[in-house]
Ligand binder design. Structure first.
Ligand code: ZN
Length: 341
């Protein structure tokens, strides 16, 4: 199917919200990893979200160029080109963008979408995240409101974060004193400010002890009940229509019962990055260990062209990552839920 348009994307999110399932939002950094996501979604008959981070965009533009917006455009163009060969709907999103990188990442991407719209072409991305979690909430929301006003005209959905996801992603480390649990008061303030923007469509990354990266069991204390407290508070104050659409960050390595409780409390998008990185690299390592003397020229031998052709191990990695995508889809209760018939 072609990339979901705005109406389709909003409908996807609504169906997940109502049906208590979520879409995996998988970080990609290359054509191969994007193809792995498409394959995994297609094979599990689930719609889903492909996302690019600032670091992923920079990498995708080439290690000499390092232009985060250019690389993100390049990946998005590829996905637009191939998506209609897969029988599912896919949306394109950009991950964490702090305030000081907006001008380098999100704004050029929004401008690209605006150019495309002016020429009668579809949006480049469906949604972008602004991560103002390092700022005081009022400043975070000042910027979010400005973005949301522009996004409304462009049929773009905004993702924001209140509270701080722990751990480290793309070299951005949360401070030890960071606020790892969002409060109902914080989310009421989010609703008060953002719901006042006409035509606002936004997703909220509320934090309930989530940590980026993977840790041994017991290290992370998730409290998905916090999400329910936030929903109850907003419904009490603003009515049923104000119910939040939550995003689950730092979900790699989570217990299934915590994931399901989060889905029951309104999570519609779960970011999965670290587990995908491992699935991809594990397949490469497996090939290199098994075909050691084919990949390398050992003791004056010539190796084996078949073994060191990057396609050989990248195809294995694509398949392994696709399998991990299918597992994520299962965990998120999204298998077989595609709106594509
Ligand atoms: Zn995150």
């Amino acid at each position: 199917m072609p990339i979901a348009d705005h109406a389709r994307y909003c409908e996807m999110l609504q169906r997940a919200h109502k049906g208590r399932f979520a879409y995996p939002a998988i970080n990609v950094t290359s054509i191969t990893t994007a193809n792995a996501v498409l394959r995994g979604l297609a094979e599990s008959r689930s719609d889903g979200i492909i996302q690019v981070s600032t670091g992923g965009g920079s990498f995708a533009s080439g290690t000499l160029v390092k232009d985060m917006a250019l690389g993100a455009i390049s990946i998005a163009e590829h996905v637009h080109r191939v998506a209609d060969r897969y029988p599912v709907y896919v949306a394109l999103h950009t991950d964490h963008c702090p305030a000081d990188k907006l001008d380098e990442f999100v704004i050029p991407l929004v401008e690209e979408t605006e150019r495309r719209r002016a020429a009668g072409r579809p949006n480049l991305f469906n949604s972008h995240m602004f991560d103002g979690s390092a700022l005081p909430l009022s400043q975070n929301l000042d910027i979010a409101v400005k973005l949301l006003e522009r996004f409304g005209k462009d049929d773009l959905v905004l993702e924001i974060e209140a509270g701080v996801v722990g751990g480290e992603e793309d070299g951005v480390k949360a401070s030890a004193a960071a606020k790892l649990y969002t409060t109902p008061e914080d989310t009421l303030e989010v609703a008060r400010r953002l719901n006042a923007v006409e035509g606002a469509r936004y997703l909220l990354a509320a934090t309930f002890g989530n940590v980026h990266g993977v840790y041994k069991p017991g290290h992370v204390k998730l409290k998905p009940s916090i999400l329910k407290d936030c929903q109850d508070a907003v419904v009490r104050k603003y009515g049923e229509a104000a119910r939040f659409y939550f995003v689950f960050h730092g979900g790699s390595g989570s217990e299934l019962r915590d994931i399901h409780e989060a889905l029951d409390n309104g999570v519609v998008k779960m970011n999965v990055d670290t587990d995908m990185q491992y699935a991809f690299s594990r397949a490469v390592a497996d090939h290199f260990f098994r075909a050691y003397d084919g990949v390398l020229k050992v003791d004056g031998e010539v190796g084996s062209k078949k073994a060191y052709d990057p396609r050989t191990y990248l195809a294995l990695a694509e398949a392994a990552m696709a399998e991990r995508v299918k597992k994520a889809v299962e965990e998120l209760r999204a298998a077989g839920t595609t709106a594509c018939r």
